[in-house]
Write a protein that binds this ligand. Structure first.
Ligand SMILES: Cc1cc2nc3c(=O)[nH]c(=O)nc-3n(C[C@H](O)[C@H](O)[C@H](O)COP(=O)(O)OP(=O)(O)OC[C@H]3O[C@@H](n4cnc5c(N)ncnc54)[C@H](O)[C@@H]3O)c2cc1C
Length: 461
């Protein structure tokens, strides 16, 4: 029987396995993290500081995230690079239907006021992207993941947790097997096809494989900036239209691209510990609310000669910020930043916006972030205030740094197959072809569909 190994049980790997599982093929899903049930226990005990369990394990890196489901092929990567608009719709509907089968809300329509917001944004020199969007909530998403995992097992997918893929095996430029490590022992598994979906946690490993097997790749740009926190009242007219509104801005001074990302109405700002440095993020829940809305405000950095490695650059900035913050993220009021002074707890406590993350150091972001990024962010907030009055008030809270590392982008065909090795497919965020739950799932489906076609099997999509 045809053997397929899928590496990584995030949305990329789970959706690929799901589509393949219907046709009686021999599928093994290899995941280095723990089962979702174990992860839930760790998170309940430790919250976001639950170490690797927060981003690794069955369900993948977004399992404890806010679960914003963006039903648009151009949000979280661009699926139109690989498939037509109609096909993208088709694939999105498949992902949406599986989530709904496991309990996600049914309706998602573009809000009637979206057009008006688009017009207002355009007049302010900002692009607003109206999208169909759903919100699962970080307290409900793990339940959906558990349901999908059970369905995979019912269809006969073997799920090996706490199992790390170490190396791929090639014969005549074609996939032949994989080496895995389990309980401290190495083992070889035969494979006719391999789908690698290792996410950002596995992007370093993917880079090592690319180097070893001379796979072609390039560095993707980096998104770096801050998390902005304001009272709900400032944002609610906008978040009623879209839970996570997408605004794209070009700054006048540098012509840089900035975007809003991961908005959390009534949400919470969190600190993520990467070991060598910290970064911030945000989430919101279905059953627990704050008085504030937070969103990431990120500048896109491309690097050319002599350093193309955006990851190294981003890490250096984050390390500096973590040093200045004494090992914690920095919190500053926008008013203090504009006045060129650090924030203190006293100044922050004098404001009426209470931070949702207090495990931070009140400080000065201008000591940590490069001038160009900082100027972009201040200019961008002033522009945004034309459509969201109040977002650039003195009391607005800024947490930094926030960084979205993009992995290397492997050169793959439209079917997600590497150019150099036949039957080796790379999908999801780790391969640099997606940047969200839905798009990672779609790239997995594209690879799985191609395998089904080559095997002469039926395919649901
Ligand atoms: C805090 C947070 C919040 C987010 N919020 C949202 C959101 O609201 N909406 C949204 O659309 N997206 C969100 N995202 C992004 C989303 O989670 C990712 O885009 C998506 O999970 C990527 O899917 P993936 O399958 O490519 O990789 P991942 O989900 O990262 O899964 C990869 C899996 O592979 C495993 N792995 C890696 N290397 C190996 C190896 N060598 N052997 C075995 N296993 C391996 C990892 O342990 C991991 O479980 C969020 C991400 C984070 C971290």
């Amino acid at each position: 029987m045809t053997k397929i190994i899928v590496v990584g049980a995030g949305p990329g790997g789970m959706f690929a396995s799901y589509l393949l599982s219907k046709e009686g093929l021999d599928i093994t899903l290899v995941e280095m993290g723990e089962d979702v049930a174990e992860r839930i226990k760790h998170i309940n005990n430790n919250g976001p500081s639950a170490g690797p369990n927060y981003i690794q394990g069955v369900g993948g890196s977004g399992t404890f995230s806010d679960g914003k489901i963006n039903l648009n092929p151009e949000i979280g990567g661009n699926m139109l690079e690989f498939v037509s608009k109609n096909d993208a719709e088709n694939l999105i509907n498949y992902v949406d239907a599986l989530f709904m089968k496991h309990g996600m809300d049914k309706k998602a329509e573009i809000h009637p006021k979206a057009r008006e917001l688009m017009r207002k944004a355009m007049r302010a020199g900002i692009k607003y992207i109206p999208i169909k969007q759903k919100h699962i909530g970080s307290d409900f998403l793990p339940k959906i993941v558990s349901g999908i995992k059970k369905e995979l097992e019912d269809f006969g997918v073997k799920i090996m947790v706490k199992t790390k893929a170490k190396d791929i095996l090639i014969s005549n430029s074609k996939i032949n097997g994989i080496n895995i490590e389990r309980n401290g022992k190495e083992e070889k598994l035969d494979a006719d096809y391999i789908i690698l979906a290792p996410g950002r946690a596995g992007s370093r490993w993917l880079l090592d494989l690319a180097t070893k097997f001379k796979l072609t790749y390039y560095y993707s740009p980096l998104d770096i900036g801050i998390r902005v926190e304001v009272p709900n009242e400032v944002m609610e007219e906008i978040t009623e239209i879209n839970w996570d509104p997408k605004f794209h801005i070009r700054t006048k001074k540098y012509d840089d691209f900035i975007r809003t990302f991961c908005t959390n109405p009534s949400g919470f700002v969190i600190t993520e510990n990467y070991g060598k440095f910290v970064s911030v993020n945000g989430h919101s829940m279905k059953n627990k609310f704050s008085n504030n809305t937070n969103f990431a405000f990120l500048v896109r950095m491309h690097l050319t000669e002599p350093v193309e490695n955006t990851t190294l650059y981003g890490e250096s900035v984050c390390k500096l910020a973590t040093t200045i913050g004494g090992g914690k993220a920095i919190l500053q009021r926008l008013g203090d930043l504009k006045k060129g002074r650090r924030s203190t707890w006293e100044r922050i406590n004098n404001s009426y916006v209470e931070p949702t993350n207090k495990d931070v150091t009140p400080g000065d972001l201008s000591m940590a972030l490069p001038a160009r990024i900082l100027e972009d962010l201040i200019e961008g907030l002033d522009m945004l205030a034309k459509i969201i009055p109040g977002v650039n008030e003195e009391t607005t809270l800024l947490y930094g740094p926030e960084i979205k590392f993009k992995s290397i982008r492997l050169t793959v065909s439209k079917k997600m197959e590497t150019k150099e090795i036949t039957n080796l497919f790379t999908v999801g965020d780790g391969a640099g072809v997606s940047g969200g739950i839905v798009t990672a799932g779609i790239t997995g489906l594209i690879a799985a569909r191609e395998i089904l076609m080559r095997e002469g099997k039926k395919c649901e999509i």
